[in-house]
Design a protein around this ligand. Structure first.
Ligand code: PRP
Length: 213
């Protein structure tokens, strides 16, 4: 890894574009990233920066293992996988919440094991363990909302942003577990060896966050 280049993992998608705009404003621009192609790596040697577009849920893996020095990941991913990285800043974007949802006719019977369908098994387990509730986790990879409709589970634990997905599947939020937003994260060794660049990103992003409030 080159010591003078800052390697940045960006979450592919709408959030990633917002995040890149923040890096650009912080002085780490890379004009080639705006070319309309399917390339995944872009660099600007003059500014000493290299960007990778990665799947949002993979950002923390790149950063934890040092393939990227910094990145932006959702708090949901950080809570679920607890990667060994520094969480430097809440960017106050990509806001949503982790919630428990069920059919409107669902009535909880505390004597029964609660069947919970989710992509976020650790978050769900920690949440119900803290409440002393016995649960059975059904780990799914997507379309979680279907589970209570088909009787696969009693409730789901999932991300709610606008609430449209729940509404369209006739589910409702019964409890909010935790608010979620995007976080700037850094690899622990990079934070030491590329400290000047990372501190510069951090300072600029913190002031951009304040400006947008
Ligand atoms: C999330 C989540 C819900 C939806 C909630 O899925 O799993 O399905 O967004 O958003 P809403 O409240 O605005 O309707 P996402 O689009 O991230 O895709 P995936 O979980 O299927 O990968």
């Amino acid at each position: 890894m080159t010591v003078d280049m800052l390697n940045v993992a960006l979450p592919k998608g709408r959030l990633g574009e917002k995040v890149y705009a923040m890096f650009e404003k912080a002085g780490f621009e890379c004009p080639s990233i705006k070319e309309n192609n399917r390339k995944l790596i872009f660099e600007n040697p003059e500014k000493g920066v290299r960007y990778f577009w990665v799947k949002p849920s993979d950002v923390a893996i790149y950063v934890e293992r040092g393939a990227a020095d910094v990145g932006v990941a959702g708090k949901d991913i950080l809570l679920e996988y607890a990667p060994d990285v520094y969480e430097l800043l809440d960017l106050d974007i990509g806001k949503c919440r982790m919630a428990v949802a069920a059919r409107s006719d669902f009535r909880d019977d505390p004597r029964k094991t609660l069947k919970v369908a989710t992509k976020f098994s650790n978050i769900a387990l920690n949440y119900y363990t803290a409440k002393g509730r016995d649960i059975d986790i059904i780990h799914l990879n997507g379309s979680i909302e279907i589970a209570p409709i088909l009787g696969l589970s009693d409730v789901i634990v999932d991300i709610v942003e606008t609430g449209t997905t729940l509404k369209e599947n006739r589910l409702e939020v019964i409890e909010t577990i935790v608010p979620i937003s995007a976080r700037l994260i850094a690899n622990k060794a990079s934070f030491k060896f590329k400290n000047t660049m990372i501190e510069s990103v951090l300072t600029h992003m913190a002031s951009q966050r304040e400006e947008s409030k």
